[in-house]
Ligand binder design. Structure first.
Ligand code: NAD
Length: 297
C-alpha cells in the first residue's frame, strides 16, 4: 500500500480520496475549503496544512481541480516538493495545452506524470466505477494503473502527454452533440403528434440509437432512471458540458480541425447556461430547444 497525497477534495475528489483510504492506502489530503478537509478527515485521510506539505514523502500525488489554471498553479507549487521518481496524476478535465505544460514541469523535476481525466460523474466517483482516460509514457502509466483501479473500473492508455484530455473532450463533444440531436427529435415528434414512447421504441432499436437516448433519455418516461424523471437534477451539470465543449472548440482551433457541430453545440449550451440553467443536468437542454427560437438556415 502506498502513501498518496490528494489535492482537490470537491464533488469528485472527495469520494475518490475516500476510495483510496478504503483500498488501504495512507492518504494525506488538502483542499482550500475547510468543509472538504473535514469530510476527508471523517473519511479516514490525514489533513496537511498546505498542498506542498501534503506531497512531501508521498509516492503518488493525485490532483482533482476545476481547470487548467488551477492545475498549473498547484503543480508549480507541489512538483518541486515531490520525491524524485514519484508519480503525479491529474484527473481534472483541463485543456490539452495546460496538460502538456504540466507534464513538462514534472519531467523537469524528475517526477513521472499522467493526465487521467474521468467520465462517470459523482456516482462513479462514489462507487469507484469511473473510466480513466490516460496520457503519459508507458512507465508512468504502468505506475498509475493500480492506483486508478482503486477509483475506477476502466483504465485506458490513450497515448502520450495530454492524450487523456484529448480523448475526454472528444468523447464529451460527441455526447453534447448527440444530446442535442436526441432532444431535437423529441421536440419535433411532440409537434408531429407522436408520443415520446413511440419515438423511443423505434429509435432505441434503430440507427438513431445512442447513449443520450437509451441511458440518459432527455424526456421523462422511457428510461425511468434518467435525470428527466427527477426534474433534470444533475447528474452531469450543463455548466460542465459547456466547459468541455469550449475545451473541444479551443483544441480544434489549435490544430485547425473543423468541428462545426461541436461549435454549434457549444453555442447552444452557452445560451442555456446564460439563461440561468448551468446547475441543471445537461439533458435539460430539451426544454430549452422546445421553447427557444434558435436561428435556422
Ligand atoms: P469541485 O469544484 O467540486 O471541486 C474542485 C475542488 O478543488 C474544490 O473543493 C476546490 O476548493 C479545490 N481547489 C481549487 N483550487 C485549489 C487549490 N489551489 N488548492 C487546493 N484545492 C483547490 O469540482 P468537481 O465537480 O469535483 O470537478 C473536478 C474536476 O473533475 C473538474 O475539472 C471537472 O470538470 C471534472 N469532472 C467533473 C465531473 C462531475 O460530474 N462533477 C465529471 C467528470 C469530470
Amino acid at each position: 500500500m502506498a502513501t498518496i497525497a490528494f489535492i482537490g477534495l470537491g464533488n469528485m475528489g472527495g469520494p475518490m480520496a475516500a476510495n483510496l483510504v478504503k483500498a488501504g492506502h495512507k492518504v494525506v489530503a488538502f483542499d482550500l475549503v475547510e468543509a472538504s478537509r473535514n469530510q476527508a478527515k471523517a473519511d479516514g485521510a490525514s489533513i496537511a496544512e498546505t498542498a506542498a506539505r501534503a506531497v512531501m514523502g508521498a509516492e503518488i500525488v493525485v490532483t482533482m481541480l476545476p481547470a487548467g489554471k488551477h492545475v498549473l498553479s498547484v503543480w508549480s507549487d507541489i512538483v518541486p516538493a515531490m520525491t524524485k521518481g514519484a508519480l503525479i496524476i491529474d484527473s481534472s478535465t483541463i485543456d490539452v495545452e495546460s496538460a502538456r505544460q504540466a507534464h513538462a514541469l514534472a519531467a523537469k523535476n524528475g517526477v513521472l506524470s499522467v493526465d487521467a481525466p474521468v467520465s462517470g460523474g459523482t456516482g462513479g466517483a462514489k462507487g469507484a466505477t469511473l473510466t480513466f482516460m490516460c496520457g503519459g509514457d508507458e512507465k508512468a502509466f504502468a505506475a498509475a494503473k493500480p492506483v486508478l483501479e482503486n477509483m475506477g473500473k476502466k483504465i485506458v492508455h490513450c497515448g502520450g502527454a495530454g492524450a487523456g484530455q484529448a480523448a475526454k473532450i472528444c468523447n464529451n463533444m460527441i455526447l453534447g452533440i448527440s444530446m442535442i440531436a436526441v432532444s431535437e427529435a423529441f421536440a419535433l415528434v411532440e409537434k408531429l403528434g407522436l408520443s415520446h414512447q413511440a419515438l423511443f421504441d423505434v429509435a432505441s432499436t434503430s440507427s438513431g440509437q445512442c447513449w443520450s437516448l437509451t441511458t440518459y433519455c432527455p424526456v421523462p418516461g422511457p428510461v425511468p432512471t434518467s435525470p428527466a424523471n427527477n426534474d433534470y437534477k444533475p447528474g452531469f451539470a450543463a455548466s460542465l458540458m459547456l466547459k468541455d465543449l469550449l475545451l473541444a472548440k479551443a483544441a480544434a482551433r489549435s490544430v485547425h480541425a473543423s468541428v462545426p457541430l461541436g461549435v454549434r453545440a457549444a453555442s447552444i449550451y452557452k445560451s442555456y447556461d446564460d439563461a440561468g440553467n448551468g446547475g441543471k443536468g445537461f439533458s435539460g437542454i430539451v426544454e430549452f430547444l422546445r421553447h427557444s427560437t434558435i436561428e435556422e438556415d
